[in-house]
Write a protein of this length. Structure first.
Length: 433
């Protein structure tokens, strides 16, 4: 699919690198671009002369799609379609993002979030269509389609239905997270912008054991994190077990942030970000090879998003240090010190400093507590001792004639559960005596 990208900015030089990446991620071959620096034209987004230049470029290259790195209203989309060669599709940045999301959605949760985002994108257009049709008192005004007032209500009903189903899925996932915590797992989430290297870092942090985040929702989902140099590779969540002895740590990779997303689109995917908000520790991964101003802007936006609902500590990971020299790394560390006061610099691709990051994760996670339990010798005692071995770091087990002394350290939740089970053993032992 051949595409021309177009972008207008109020002033300065239009940067089209990201829209190029987005287009290629969606499967388009970009064969040209048209940019302009001026105030938006209400009818065409671009000025009339530049819009005609766009039409000529489309005709010359044989492009079938024009992708605007701007938000287009229904009126602008229609006018551009009239100006371009017949059959050429006009989409904007947000339509393109939704297209990518739709291609990458594998799980039921991801598919619902895509559908929700599409409906929220369509709703104001349906409302505009209704308003314009009423005002002009005839259907099909400006090529916006037949007037159908029921479409608005249908969209709102579908949005409500999807929200209800997403809430049920999130309740199931929250129960799973709590079961993991009760079993002694620390939960670590990877956050950051697309292409920062989160999935590659997950591979470095994790051992061979993969944990299917959506195991009872989409059984055939491949739980292995991809590491492609591509946008939106990870749309759902991928959870793997990290190798941080003696802890049991689960690391979850989530959908990447992207710049200039409207509020309605972020809201549509907020349930995916719940795995970040509910974590014990967040690793905020940034691409340190990017320009310092871009890194700074992304860190500010990420902090605004994370601190809105997140209470866990955040560790900034400066990834891709293999792409810059030590002098540039030192300069960027200093420039970012206010936002990232004590970052960990790594190369996920080459494995550089991953051990240092694992040590940092261990230090930042909640401290374990020490405990000594005296268990009566019963038929069920060895089952509890085995459970403690699985969920804690056992320092010593001493077997006596009538009891077992277990010394261990573990998460507070595990210790609480071990005490409860020990109390049940003691009660059962006393009753049988």
């Amino acid at each position: 699919m051949k595409a021309i990208v177009a972008k207008r900015v109020d002033s300065g030089h239009p940067d089209t690198s990201e829209i190029h990446d987005l287009a290629e991620a969606a499967g388009y071959t970009v064969v040209g671009e048209v940019t302009q620096s001026r105030k938006a034209d209400p009818a065409l987004q671009l000025g009339e002369g530049k819009a005609e230049e766009l039409a000529d470029r489309v005709a010359a290259t044989g492009a079938t799609t024009v992708i605007f790195d701007n938000r287009l209203g229904p009126y602008q989309t229609y006018n551009l379609g009239q100006l371009l060669p017949e059959g050429v599709e006009v989409i904007d940045r947000f339509t393109l993002i939704l297209e990518i999301f739709g291609q990458r959605a594998q799980t039921r949760k991801a598919q619902l979030q895509v559908e929700l985002a599409e409906l929220r994108y369509e709703l104001p257009r349906a409302e505009a269509k209704t308003s314009l049709a009423k005002r002009e008192e005839h259907p099909g005004f400006m090529g916006l389609g037949e007037y159908d007032e029921s479409r608005e209500q249908d969209i709102k009903s579908q949005i409500s239905r999807i929200r209800d189903e997403l809430e049920r899925i999130e309740q199931t996932e929250e129960q799973r997270r709590e079961r993991r915590r009760d079993s002694g797992f620390d939960l670590v989430a990877l956050a950051g912008y697309t292409n920062a290297g989160k999935s590659t870092l997950l591979r470095q942090l994790a051992d061979d054991l993969a944990v299917e985040e959506n195991e009872d929702l989409h059984p055939d989902l491949d739980p292995t994190a991809e590491s492609e140099d591509d946008l939106f590779t990870t749309l759902g969540t991928t959870t793997r077990r990290a190798d941080i002895e003696p802890r049991n740590v689960l690391v979850t990779d989530t959908v990447g942030f992207i710049s200039d997303l409207p509020h309605w689109l972020v809201e549509s995917f907020k349930s995916t970000l719940d795995s970040v908000y509910r974590a014990d520790l967040v690793l905020l991964v940034v691409d340190v090879s990017e320009e310092i101003d871009e890194i700074h802007e992304k860190l500010v936006t990420s902090h605004d998003t994370l601190y809105e609902r997140n209470e866990a500590p955040i560790v900034t990971v400066l990834n891709k240090i293999d792409r810059i020299d030590e002098e540039e790394l030192a300069e960027k560390r200093e420039a970012l010190s206010a936002l990232a006061p004590n970052p960990v610099a790594v190369s996920a691709r080459e494995g550089t400093n991953v051990d240092a990051l694992l040590d940092r994760i261990d230090r930042e996670l909640p401290d374990w507590e020490e405990e000594r339990l005296v268990l009566p010798m019963t038929d069920d005692t060895m089952s509890l001792v085995s459970w403690i071995h699985d969920n804690a770091n056992v320092e010593d087990v001493t077997y006596g004639d009538e009891d077992v002394l277990v010394s261990f350290e573990a998460r507070p939740a595990v210790i609480s559960q071990a005490r409860s089970r020990a109390s049940e053993l003691q009660t059962a032992s006393a009753e049988s005596a």
